[in-house]
Design a protein. Structure first.
Length: 250
């Protein structure tokens, strides 16, 4: 199962996955328009998003089904964070929060009953936030070379839209489903720019944490990384813009 493939590379995930800026948190808090004291995080991983929300004084309950990811998370987050090993579908709904959020994790959840469960975890008027985005070479020539090197092993290393929304549509998933749900209102989509530079080795390191590669047989995975490394410049300029979706529980 792709959603549970990350624990084996938890340390690499922490090292190579980019973090999130205060701008993301500030956008969420500004949208909330009222104090956000408690938050539930879905699929916290190694705590890339956990730490920036906790730094704003929010009491975060960080959930993840993978014990190795949570063990790595606990090395990097403050003691105020409450880790909980649980899949989203198994979370009890006896606690409600001001905020429920997911960082590059919501697409792993089961579609059936997804938004009913999110709503049940939120206080009335509480906020749901989902954010993330692909990490890609900013130079189209480098991106094309990587795609060609990857082609014998993978058609794509991305994750298709869970509801089939085409990439050219202005509103992307999960905003599309949130707009269609009577449980939420005031749905917004915000782009938060994120640009940085990676060495070629670190870019391949990032790829080593992507589920599409983790599903390959080890020999094929090694050959794919070798082929990609062979077409990379010494430093890779990255477009890692974050797409943030916000909605309010009715």
């Amino acid at each position: 199962m792709r959603a549970l493939s990350f624990g084996a590379v938890a340390e690499a995930y922490e090292r190579f996955r980019p973090g999130y800026s205060d701008e993301v948190v500030e956008a969420v808090l500004g949208y909330a328009g009222r104090p956000v004291r408690t938050a539930l995080e879905i699929g916290a991983g190694t705590g890339k998003a956990t730490r920036v929300f906790a730094a704003h004084g929010i009491a975060v309950t960080a959930t993840d089904p993978d014990p190795d990811m949570l063990a790595e998370l606990q090395k990097h987050v403050p003691s105020t964070v409450r880790p909980r090993r649980a899949a989203f579908e198994d979370l009890p709904t006896d606690e409600r929060h001001d905020l429920v959020y997911a960082a590059a994790a919501m697409h792993w959840t089961t579609p059936e009953g997804r938004w009913e469960r999110v709503a049940a975890l939120l206080e009335p008027g509480g906020v749901f936030a989902s954010f993330g985005g692909p990490v890609q070479p900013a130079d189209p020539e480098v991106e094309r070379a990587v795609s060609e090197a990857r082609a014998p092993f993978l058609d794509t290393d991305g994750f298709p839209s869970p509801d089939g929304t085409p990439p050219e549509r202005e509103m992307q998933w999960p905003g599309t489903e949130l707009e269609a749900s009577a449980l939420f209102t005031d749905v917004r989509q915000i782009l938060v720019p994120r640009r940085f530079t990676l060495t070629a080795d670190d870019f391949v390191g990032h790829l080593s944490t992507i589920s599409a590669y983790l599903q390959l047989p080890p020999a094929d995975r090694a050959q794919a990384f070798e082929a990609i490394a062979g077409v990379l410049p010494e430093h890779v300029e990255i477009n890692g813009d974050v797409i943030l979706h916000l909605a309010r529980r009715t």
